[in-house]
Design a binder for this molecule. Structure first.
Ligand code: SAM
Length: 265
């Protein structure tokens, strides 16, 4: 038996994100924004936390940084390894938990996470781990979804249908600057924020819903758990599409995200 009280929650996350790979086409441009915002340079030793298919890690490795990447999902780690192999990039990808990083203290020059560490259930534990493995003066940088914008609104809708376990805060709290400041406290200096846009090409809000229900863990879960309650599922779909319609323009869903960077004190 696991000694992690949240092992069932994490097992559900591991399974929920296992079909995420098609969405990596859209997180790929966002990865270039984060790597740039973090100021990654050749020779730096860098970690990509909750790396998925490795879009941030591979982008940083292309600049000459020395990369490690970790994710809960073995299926996505396989994809990440394939992505590195295509470039002959030597990236140490591992299956593992962001709340228990298998690296020594002060090992990395930079620790990054794109739409990743926000899904760890204990914000205090995951950020303590990310800062533990970072050198003093090293860079921490991550991208998250603000609760009041596109994906944040969709996650909050999902939480009305499938409440998250008691004691686990919404992942969207990592998109609020006040919360970030509080969670990082005086462990990080030079805190800065910047927004950028991720676009998802799609023929309609219905197509977008179909993509998200097949690939993104929270929406997948609603689609699966309400499969035998068609009326509620239809209501969810309508609410989802009403939100998506606000961001649908030019055959694209425009999703604004927030980047945060700081230095370990
Ligand atoms: C939205 S995806 C982002 C993936 C990738 N960073 C990207 O930008 O394409 C969220 C990722 O977080 C991972 N994840 C969720 N909880 C995690 C945890 N506790 N430890 C490590 N990875 C986790 C999922 O497996 C998934 O790959």
């Amino acid at each position: 038996m696991s000694d992690d009280p949240l092992s069932d929650f994490k097992a559900a996350q591991r399974e929920g994100w296992s079909s995420f790979a098609p969405i990596a086409a859209f997180t790929t441009p966002a990865a270039a924004h984060l790597v740039d915002f973090a100021g990654i340079a050749s020779g730096q030793v860098v970690l990509d936390v909750a790396c998925g298919t490795g879009v941030v890690a591979v982008t940083a490795a292309r600049l000459g940084a020395r990369l490690s990447g970790l994710d809960l999902s073995p299926a996505l780690i396989e994809e990440a390894k394939n992505n590195a192999t295509l470039l002959d990039a030597d990236i140490a990808f591992l299956t593992g938990d962001a709340e228990k990083l298998p690296y020594p203290d002060g090992h990395f020059d930079a620790v990054l996470s794109q739409f990743g560490h926000m899904f760890a259930p204990r914000p205090d534990v995951v950020i303590a781990e990310m800062l533990r493995v970072l050198k003093p003066g090293g860079r921490v940088a991550f991208s998250t979804w603000p609760p009041e914008l596109a994906i944040g609104r969709i996650f909050r809708l999902v939480e009305r249908y499938l409440p998250i376990p008691a004691g686990v805060p919404s992942p969207t709290a990592w998109g609020e600057t006040a919360v970030i400041r509080e969670r990082l406290g005086d462990r990080v200096t030079e805190l800065e924020f910047k927004t950028a846009e991720m676009v998802v090409p799609t023929l309609s809000t219905r197509h977008y819903l179909s993509l998200m229900a097949a690939t993104a863990a929270p929406i997948r879960k609603v689609a699966e758990q309400f499969a035998d309650r068609p009326e509620q599922l239809e209501t969810f779909r309508n609410e989802f599409e009403a939100i998506a319609a606000t961001y649908f323009n030019g055959n694209q869903i425009h999703q604004t995200f927030q980047m945060t960077r700081g230095r370990k004190s």
